[in-house]
Structure formats: C-alpha cells, structure tokens
Design a protein around this ligand. Structure first.
Ligand SMILES: O=C(O)CCC(=O)C(=O)O
Ligand SMILES: [Fe+2]
Length: 300
C-alpha cells in the first residue's frame, strides 16, 4: 500500500468509497502516514481533492456573511478552532439535552452516554437547524477546500464518576489527536451552559496538520499525551467554556481533550463532523442515511 494508492482512494466520490468493503488496515495506514509525515500527508491529499472542485469553493462566497469571514480567519490563525459568532436557540438545545437525560446508563465504566443513530437524531430541531445552515456548511467547506460530507452526528452527556472509576483514555480526557479521516472539521454545540465545573473542551492551538512538524519529537506519535508533558514543553491549553447554544468549530487533528465534570454537574454536547473524504474510519450510517443527511446540508 503506498501513498499513490491512498491518494487515488481520496479522489473517489463518497458513495464509491462506502460501497467498497471497509478495511481496517487501510485506515491504520492513513493514520500512520499522518504521523510519519508530520501531518503533511493529509494536506497533500486534501489539495488533490480541492483541485477537482475549484469552482465549488468560489461559489461558497454567496453563502457567507461578513462575520463568517472572521470565523474563517480565526480557523486559519489557530490551526482549526473558532467560535461561531451566534448561539443556537436554547429551547432547541434543551430539547436534546432532556432526551440525553433519559438515555439509560450503560453498564460499562464510561462517564459518557452517547447517541448517534440517525433515526433518533433526525427528530431534533437543533440537529436540523445545523444541517440546514448554509453558513455553517459554507464555513466548513471553505476550511476543507471542498464540498464536504457530513458523516457523523453524535450527542452525549458526560457525568461525574469517582476519579478511580473514570477511564480518562477511553473517555477522551487525555490529550490526543483524531485521525479518523483525511481532513475534517467538527462543530461542537453546548446543549446547556458549560463552565469550568462541567468538563469543558480543551485544545492546544496550532498543533494540527502543517503545524505538526513544529512539535517536539516526543509528541510525534499516535496515542494519548499527558497534560504535564505538554505544559513542560510550554504549550498552553485553551479552554472553551460557553453558554447554552454556543458552538465552536474544532479541527481535532489539533491536540485536544474533554475534561472530567465535577460532582453533580453534567455536560451535554452535540457534535457534527464534516470530512473531505469518506475514506478512513468505518462510517456508522448506511448510504441512504448519508444521502438524507447530506441532502439537508447541500448548498446547491
Ligand atoms: O469531550 C470533548 O470535549 C472531546 C471529545 C473528543 O475527543 C472528540 O470529540 O474528538
Ligand atoms: Fe478527540
């Protein structure tokens, strides 16, 4: 398997990719290439995807307002993080929050109760309002340089557990980068107020893609990273708290993590993922579901 092979895969249309049998080895190859090339592999592949869609990217301007260009500028300054300049309707957010409160706790040790099934999520106004927002899709597409595909919608509640019961690694509470796809941008929505006690999202700006080659050699690897190691090297984490309805874009190729919630506190999140290629980690949705989701989001 070589880079040429991966590049040709990423030029396929998403339907062709998801109809191919999914192979874990290909996904792991993409991941290891990302690390070995200090993030550059995803840029090369993304440039090739973009080059096929030049006219699409210029067409995005008609969907963007002046304040959206500030978001786009912020994304490029931080390496892929920016808050949306407006909040979503709190009533819509609380509807999904209340549903998450009813999701039964699984027996496992996780602090997170998640839902991602489209037949469940499609009924929520907050989900619909994001999927049908031309501004949000246009910002993501501008960042990703292509007509992106939405391939993951997930909502979860995080709750308190005694520290010795929390698996910080599997609950994404240790610094890591995501690499499920080539290039991607997630939109996080806080479905209720998130202050310092509710396990806010934390990230290290400018550690994604092209910035990876500036990382010290000890961090040029896959896997979890201790906060203390990053602090020792002078990295300053940024904490995103926010009130109900607030949203931010996150290119989680940057080092990032969630944080534990304090006793009697909860965090409720909705997350939507835009990808430049369907190639990578296995997709949870069927072809019909992806068509339905992306028809809502289409800018044509
Ligand atoms: O819980 C969080 O804020 C981060 C979760 C995470 O690592 C992710 O969504 O990629
Ligand atoms: Fe992550």
């Amino acid at each position: 398997m070589d880079e040429e092979f991966l590049t040709s895969l990423c030029t396929l249309e998403w339907r062709e990719i998801i109809r191919r049998p999914w192979r874990e080895s290909e996904y792991l190859y993409m991941r290891s290439l990302f690390v070995r090339s200090s993030g550059m592999s995803c840029i090369g592949i993304n440039k090739r995807i973009s080059s096929y869609q030049k006219s699409y990217v210029t067409f995005l301007d008609r969907h963007l307002l002046e304040e959206d260009y500030n978001v786009i500028r912020e994304l490029s300054c931080t390496g892929g993080y920016a808050r949306l300049p407006y909040a979503l309707d709190p009533v819509d957010c609380l509807e999904l929050k209340q549903f998450l409160d009813k999701v039964a706790r699984t027996n496992g040790p996780s602090t997170r109760q998640m839902i991602s099934a489209w037949p469940q999520l499609r009924n929520f106004k907050v989900v619909n309002s994001i999927l049908t927002s031309a501004r949000i899709k246009a910002i993501a597409d501008r960042y990703l340089g292509c007509n992106s595909l939405i391939n993951l919608i997930v909502a979860w509640r995080t709750e308190w557990l005694p520290r010795n019961k929390v698996n910080m690694d599997s609950d994404a509470m240790m610094f890591h980068f995501d690499c499920d796809h080539n290039r991607f941008l997630k939109l996080f929505v806080y479905l209720d107020d998130v202050d310092e006690t509710c396990g806010p999202h934390v990230f290290i700006p400018r550690t994604s893609a092209e910035y990876r080659n500036e990382l010290p050699a000890v961090f040029q690897r896959d896997g979890r990273i201790l906060s203390s190691d990053l602090l020792n090297y002078g990295y300053e984490p940024v904490v995103y708290t926010g009130s109900v309805g607030s949203c931010f874009f996150a290119d989680t190729h940057n080092l990032h993590k969630g944080t534990p919630v304090q006793m009697e506190r909860h965090r409720y999140i909705l997350q939507i993922q835009f990808v430049d290629s369907a190639f990578g980690q296995k997709i949870l949705y069927s072809e019909n579901e992806l068509s339905e989701i992306n028809a809502l989001a289409s800018l044509d």
